[in-house]
Write a protein that binds this ligand. Sequence first.
Ligand SMILES: C[S@@+](CC[C@H](N)C(=O)[O-])C[C@H]1O[C@@H](n2cnc3c(N)ncnc32)[C@H](O)[C@@H]1O
Length: 279
Amino acid sequence: MASEDTHRLGYQRVDDDPNAAVLLATMEGTAGWDATRRLRAWERDQLGLTLGERLLDVGCGLGEAALALAEDIGARGELVGIDASEQMLRVARTNARSARCRVRFTAGDACALDEPDDSFDVARSERTLQWLADPSGAVAEMVRVVRPQGRISLIDTDWSTFSIDVGDDALTALIRDTMRTERGPPSTVGRRLHHLVATAGCGSLARACATQTWTAWDPDESPAPVGCFSMESLIDDLVTLHGLTSADGQRFMSTIRGAALQGRFTMRLTMFAVVAAVP
Ligand SMILES: C[S@@+](CC[C@H](N)C(=O)[O-])C[C@H]1O[C@@H](n2cnc3c(N)ncnc32)[C@H](O)[C@@H]1O
């Protein structure tokens, strides 16, 4: 099986990943999720960016979410996007060609921002905290670089909400248990966003959540439902975590494939958002 077929979608070191092209394409897929679109529209309303403001996007990826927000800051405003991946930044710089404001997409570490104190009006970070060893350190950095009374916006996933319904209750329960186990990166950080901003000394202004629902997946067309990790990698995790045999894994995979081919596939994932004021 080709490596693209087993991708797990780790975003800690995109440029070292043999499947970097899949990681970038997946970002385009997740940008099209209905839940992503709803939360980004909500964020734009809540932030109410004004002409001339300076906006920072931490873990900006392909940059398209920040570029859409930057429409509100006009030609005198400035957008800075930082990301650990040069490959992401290259696409972001291309996407920025038609921006009206000044734009700088630059390499950096979310946990040690190379930006002066109090130098932005707003800092945002979307689906990046879940890949960091120290999400609260990254939020503290965002607070440091935003001026007093500026705003912080966070959007992130809670992978413990992930569920699949393919008409097999035992399999659904096993997958739910697997996703509840937090391994390595803080995969449930979405549900803690309001605690993170409170711990950093901010007042929470507004909170929201949105659930992405997939009702279709063509396993003959793609190893993964749009914007998701491959179903093979999910089954590998089930087998490893629960000490199952590979025959069990193959049986589960054929249950999921069969249900998807017969139009009986439903998958859900919830993302959370918070907008907060810097003291
Ligand atoms: C899942 S993507 C989200 C990208 C974008 N925010 C979006 O929502 O479309 C996570 C991003 O975080 C970046 N990233 C991971 N670790 C980072 C770090 N320590 N500092 C800065 N960026 C990081 C990755 O390179 C990737 O672009």
